[in-house]
Design a binder for this molecule. Sequence first.
Ligand code: LMR
Length: 401
Amino acid sequence: VWNNVPAGPPDPILGITERFKADKSPLKINLGVGAYRDGSGKPYVLSAVKKAEEIIRASNPDHEYLPITGLPELTNAATVLAYGANSPHVKNGTISVTQSISGTGALRIGAAFLARFWPRGKVIYLPTPSWGNHQAIFQDAGFEVRQYRYLDSKTIGIDFEGLKSDLLGAEPGSIVLLHACAHNPTGVDPTEAQWRQISDLVKENQLYPFFDMAYQGFASGSTDRDAFAVRHFVSEGHQIALAQSFAKNMGLYGERVGAFSLTVADAEEKARIDSQLKIVIRPMYSNPPLHGARIASTILTNPELYAEWETEVKGMADRIINMRERLYDELTHTHKTPGEWGHIKSQIGMFSYTGLTPPQTSALAEKAHIYMTSFGRISMAGLNNSNIDYFAESVSKAVKG
Ligand code: LMR
């Protein structure tokens, strides 16, 4: 009966984990999915998370349904984290917000809401490249997906002239997807000065900015600094949409906790939009999961845990920065790898866009049991003192051919 169903390709990111798991070599390294690993290559449960779980357990919680838009303590705290406690939108309560099934769910709710209500067509511009799932999320919600230039493949830095000309040439009234910090997959972010220019361009061409902020804290180690772009746009008077995730910065990957929000004009507009967000969400999954929301909200609303969490986020960011330095040294000095590798150090966040080509990445998987996305993105968090020498040596061999 299902003869009409063709086999689809594996997911370009999550499919790598399947291949990694099937590999029996003790040398194997998974640099595919963006999931933090500690210095010994193990998943890392933050101490703030463990303490929050103890607090929750001690409160003898029930397992009732959450409201459609989730746990209010979480959504309130998420807006403070993103927009800042001093944001007039936070103070005046002019943010429509809902809990989401992590960042993907936030994007999907946003896409569904905008497809239904954005008055100026269904066109969204994504950077080239962007996180692989962005295109599918917006296409599945009925958007026409177009591109704007982002990465200069020669310098492996930002193609700012290309970006500016594409945003200026974009169809007025379209939506533009912006990675708030730690751009995935490239690790290349605009400078603050460049963000100011992007804000002006977006305004000039009447584009609607939809920020994806999946890595707040992971880029610089500071949640405030990483929110610069979002807060700058808001302070410039843009109305924005925002997807947030607590997968990476709290290590709550499988708990699926995030938030989708929109800045709005006033309380009356907020009430209308809140009601429609519920109507979008209810037929999708009724209401969101509870446990991760409790953990994140406990951390965000308890000053001691909050401080501990910020230190831990910085610790994770710093370990990654340290691995970038080491990898650069190993590639250039120890192994004299042909090419320029400075981008490994200048890129930020969880990922590095190495410049390795699909033939090189498949050679690394087949010969060295090292897995990464085919276009050469590595999750820096998968590197540690025990595997970085082997990784650098293998990359060097792959580049030398
Ligand atoms: C990634 O890019 O590796 C992460 O965002 C995980 C995912 O769902 O793709």
